[in-house]
Design a protein around this ligand. Structure first.
Ligand SMILES: O=C[C@H](O)[C@H](O)[C@H](O)COP(=O)(O)O
Length: 290
């Protein structure tokens, strides 16, 4: 995980990013010297916190560090209260929500929160931040889930998810929550939704699935891995067909059709599941409630 040093002196914020604590102290030292601030190494270490590392997330470093995603994620964590059981989503925006929950537990602002991760990467981030974790078998339901979106609709409680191939476990965890809060940014807003829908299928059904999607009027694309030959495999050993239908006016109809594809495991349409959207903008954060 990456480290961030934060120092706020009368509203002047000094930040130094690094991959290790030693590097963070060193970077912080040069920032502090330049600003003429005198802090001991121990004081510097006290102000270093864990932040999401771009290497562990599908998105590029630029996306992970994008201000509006960071703002959206951190603000979304405000819904978490002490004693809650929380679904922890996946992606560059939710990573900031997970980080913010960890910081609040560390400072004592939150107590007795348990998380259920929607992916290995969210599990590892939460563990490093000291968030107690369990799995779906430990619960009948969760108080809230915070998750990202590849596209969201400001007029309807639906999102497209699965850009990071984690939509199956996300749907399981998110559907268990009394409230699903989507953490995102204003650039992913669209009415109607039109983002290609990820459909995870058994590897053997990849060609059949693509034929079915073409017959539905969609344009299928098998998702290929980076730094590995051939298709990308999900955490459960399935492959992904991204299905481009253009604008989806009948989202319930699309969801039903996709679920019928032979060998389909899960699709990335989250229909009627969203309770709130918290989205970062160029100059702040906004909310939509459903
Ligand atoms: O499979 C990945 C998830 O559905 C993510 O929540 C989604 O791709 C959004 O991720 P990000 O916030 O990185 O754009």
């Amino acid at each position: 995980m990456a480290k961030q040093f934060v120092y706020d002196d009368d509203g002047d914020e000094i930040t130094a990013w690094a991959e290790s604590e030693a590097e963070a102290v060193e970077n912080a030292r040069s920032e502090l010297d330049a600003a003429g601030v005198d802090l001991s190494d121990d004081e510097v270490r006290d102000r270093i916190r864990v932040i999401p590392s771009p290497q562990r997330i599908k998105s590029s470093a630029e996306e992970v560090l994008m201000d509006k995603r960071r703002r959206g994620g951190i603000e979304a964590a405000e819904v978490v209260e002490s004693g809650m059981d929380v679904g922890l989503g996946t992606g560059s925006t939710t990573a900031w929500a997970i980080a913010a929950i960890g910081w609040k537990l560390d400072s004592g602002e939150l107590e007795d929160v348990r998380g259920v991760a929607t992916s290995l990467q969210s599990h590892d981030l939460a563990r490093e931040l000291g968030i107690p974790l369990t799995d779906v078998d430990g619960f009948d339901g969760l108080d809230v889930a915070i998750d990202g979106a590849d596209q969201w609709d400001p007029e309807n409680p639906h999102v497209v998810k699965g850009g990071g191939a984690s939509h199956a476990r996300e749907k399981l965890v998110d559907s268990m929550a009394d409230r699903l809060v989507v953490a995102t940014d204003d650039e992913k807003r669209s009415t109607p939704l039109s983002y290609p829908v990820p459909l995870s299928v058994l590897p053997e059904s990849r060609n059949v699935a693509q034929r079915w999607v073409r017959e539905m009027g969609g344009e299928p694309q098998l998702r290929y891995a980076e730094q590995k030959d051939g298709p990308l495999f999900t955490a459960n050993g399935n492959v992904i067909v991204d299905c481009d239908f253009g604008e989806m006016d009948d989202i319930e109809g699309r969801a039903t059709e996709l679920a019928r594809v032979p060998g389909a495991q899960e699709h990335g349409l989250f229909v009627d599941m969203v309770d709130s959207v918290v989205y970062g903008t160029d100059d702040g954060v906004d909310h939509v409630e459903f």
